[in-house]
Design a protein around this ligand. Sequence first.
Ligand code: LLP
Length: 606
Amino acid sequence: MAASGPSPWPANAVLDEAGLRVAGLEAEELAVRFGTPLLVADEAHLRERARAFARLFPHPLYAVKAFTSHHVIRLVLEEGLDLLAATDGEVEACLRAGAPPSRIVLHGNNKSDAELRLAVAEGLRLVNVDNPEELERLDGIAREHGVVQDVLLRVLPEVGAGAHRAIRTGEAGSKFGMPVAEIPTVVARAMELAGVRLVGLHAHIGSQVLEVQPYLEAVDVLLDLLVELRARTGFEADVLDLGGGFGVAYTDETPLALDELAPALLARVRGGAERRGLRVPHTLVEPGRSVVGQAMVTLYRVGVVKVREGVPIVAVDGGMSDNIRPMLYGARYRVAFASRPRTDGPVRVRIVGRHCESGDVLAPDAELPGVPRPGDLLAFAATGAYTYSMASNYNRVGRPAVVGVEGGRARLWLRREDAADLDRLEVARALPRRAAPLEGVEIRPARPADAAGFLAVYREAVAEERYLRAERVVRTVREARRVLRRSVSDDQAFLVAVEAGAVVGWIQIVREPHPVVRHVATFGMAVARERRGRGIGSALLSEALRWARDRGVAKVELSVYPDNRAALALYRRFGFVEEGRLSGHSRKPSGYRDEILMGVWLEEER
Ligand code: LLP
């Protein structure tokens, strides 16, 4: 286990001469099964952290920004935590995960009308108001909806704490909240407004805070302010929200001990309020990092290893796209071998990512028992918070998969982002494309006489079991003849490619029958195995799209298996983009198979 100090690794992680195991599972096995980079969550650890907060504090909120996934949101809700959302997007994630609106609080320093409307319309428990202007807008919106919205006011306590300038929020000059001196006027105004009900004050001093003291100072600031507010406005708070920011261990830090923090904070609030003759408010806290941070590790596979100026430079298959924290905050992580450790002697290595920047350094100075070699697996500790949630797609790198492990079982929480996911925002327009005429190949509407030839190509493709949904071709030649009798109409086009008198490919494009989807056509096609790769598919598709355009079809859609690379490439050449994926939509003898949905718009204006 860890060399010194408190361990940053998950509670159910074991590091020994065999490498890393989490909750009984070999990291190497997980890496092979789910690919790398991979975030591995110790689910029991995460659950225990949530439970500890629920046990020690009366009203904890989980700050979902630290790690936002439905699974984690549901898990913390189950354990009794409510949710803190920073944006409408985070509110949506909470709602979609099934959180009752009454368990969601919204904060944010620049809330839009749309965000405030969402909060009011959904009936969120609290809105933490950042500034006087927002208070007025929220009041208007609440009155429009005929409701009274409970609110907190965000106070800038001028108590700063936190591991890095960028994550200290409570200091003078911060963009967050209102200075103490401004609060009485805002409170007086809030008390006049019919659309809001002021229930308390909020302060968040910063993030990755490792001492209790700054929190106690913030409590005193808020309580002194409450004394002044009572005198000047008669306001008494029901709620004091002390924010989050509780620090965790990344390398050798001693994390903020919750069982010391909680009693100290609660006693300061209670004792301080009583001493000042104030009503004792409910204390809220908003942990993010300290719930998820140490519950997860990131696994990376080592690629290239170089030595530069005597320092081994170890390149891994992730980087600034899956963890920007080292570059943004100078964050440091404990690193260990997750596969069998090299033990050729303690070294300091620089672990770099795969992105096209010199700044893409995940660990400038990691201590390891030996120099990693290509193929080794490395683990970074305590990567649960603000890595995945701050991930980007720089260099078109997809976000990693996230897997939860518990009791020797692994469950995928978030699948790896693939090229299709990265394409999903593209708006597809058909590319102007006329396939070059193919020597000796004719593309024409099918005729009844093509029935046997069509069925032969169809049967062959079905028998390959890779391309088409069908498992058997049940249609008889006679039935096929009937279909081919009217091969081109307003509703469909059935085209064949003919070479030396034989059918070598076909395409059937059909308009959707239902009125609301009449503008859409879908198609199926196949090319004889021996004739593939010569442009016959392109020629067929080009003609089919021409038919569609001529008949006023606005959009063409299809479904294709993800491993049918030739078809995917063909469709992309015509401008189709991937619009979705149905997981396990097909059940084939070989098992469940995903289908990729693609589409292309033929109309210029939409
Ligand atoms: N409450 C408020 C109002 C906050 O702004 C935050 C975090 C939290 C609670 C939760 O703080 P936590 O317990 O997770 O420290 N990206 C940075 C951290 C930014 C924190 C933003 N606010 C990082 O990677 O260190």
